[in-house]
Ligand binder design. Structure first.
Ligand code: NAD
Ligand code: MG
Length: 297
């Protein structure tokens, strides 16, 4: 376990490349990753900042969403997570951590690239949690393609549906349920600002998410609801080896950050907690870059 509270050189706090190649079919499973990512399982301590809150997190089974789910539960929130049915084993692990934290956890599997699934997901979360005041729209599809010719219409469609349409369907369905003081958090990316050649469709959705987040924030503050986005740089999650990067890139993943290593999902947890909690009371319409020193334009 890495002690996250002892002062230390952050460049050496977590594993650095080279990493082994480790191809998986998307969406992939955390359990097959080497080295194992740190989602806060052993390392995140809560301080009661989300006592009694009710959160829904898409992509809450793994990666950044899993780190948010564990942190939210340890801060006192009940947590519902959405994921794809093939990710049930990852989801069960997360739900165990939530229950161990002493709060309630609910698994709500379903493919959010379909509108009806999104609308039902919000309805089910509201029913199970007994309301909703934190919505983290975080799930995404990322599949690297060599050239523009290689991005099929099916690729383009699935990426848009999963990353952008679902954002709209979920936000639209959730807003009527959200009380003043509620928080919506989106996950965009450094790709919104510095797009990679091999992530044409994905980067386009991330720029769209950033714009949608700011526009929605402007609208929803009139209801006392805050809306913010997080823009990570390279984070060690299963998204990358399961087709998000070519395998040669997995070997050197994060090397070109100022830290010489990728971020670990738990290193984003404090930002999601801040944005979700009342401590973020004056923060809306912002995109928080956590890029490992690469900056956000
Ligand atoms: P991840 O693979 O652990 O999480 C992504 C999740 O999306 C999956 O667990 C899966 O449950 C969900 N998902 C994908 N398609 C879905 C569908 N059709 N229906 C329902 N769920 C679906 O990877 P992650 O890196 O934690 O990704 C979380 C967010 O972080 C994404 O929005 C991603 O774009 C963003 N992000 C990641 C990085 C990085 O380096 N890992 C960098 C910038 C942004
Ligand atoms: Mg997953």
């Amino acid at each position: 376990m890495t002690d996250r509270f002892t002062r230390q050189d952050p460049r050496h706090q977590y594993p650095a490349p080279p990493f082994p190649q480790q191809p998986q079919e998307p969406p992939g499973l955390v359990q097959k990753m080497t080295p194992a990512p740190d989602h806060g399982e052993e390392s995140y301590s809560g301080f009661g900042r989300l006592l009694g809150r009710k959160a829904l997190i898409t992509g809450g089974d793994s990666g950044i969403g899993r780190a948010a789910a564990i942190a939210f539960a340890r801060e006192g929130a009940d947590v519902a997570i959405n994921y794809l049915p093939s990710e049930e084993s990852d989801a069960e692990e997360v739900l165990n951590y939530v229950t161990k934290a002493g709060t309630q956890g609910f698994g709500l599997p379903g493919d959010i690239s379909e509108e009806e699934v999104c609308r039902k997901l919000i309805a089910d979360a509201v029913e199970k949690l007994g309301g909703l005041d934190i919505l983290v729209i975080n799930a995404a599809r990322q599949q690297a393609r060599e050239t523009v010719a290689d991005v099929s219409s099916d690729d383009f469609d699935r990426t848009m549906k999963t990353n952008l349409y679902a954002l709209h369907w979920l936000a639209q369905a959730a807003v009527p349920h959200l009380p003043p003081g509620a928080s919506i958090i989106t996950t965009t990316s450094i790709q919104a600002y510095e797009p990679s050649a091999h992530l044409l469709d994905y980067a386009t959705t991330k720029a769209g998410i950033a714009a949608y987040t700011k526009a929605l924030a402007t609208q929803l503050i009139e209801k006392g609801i805050r809306v913010n986005g997080v823009a990570p740089g390279p984070f060690w999650t299963v998204l990358q080896p399961s087709g998000g990067q070519f395998q040669e890139k997995v070997e050197t993943f994060g090397q070109d950050s100022a830290f010489g290593r990728p971020g670990q999902p738990v290193e984003l947890a404090p930002i999601y907690v801040l944005l979700a909690s009342q401590e973020g009371s004056y923060i809306t319409g912002e995109i928080f870059g956590v890029t490992g020193g690469k900056g956000i334009a």
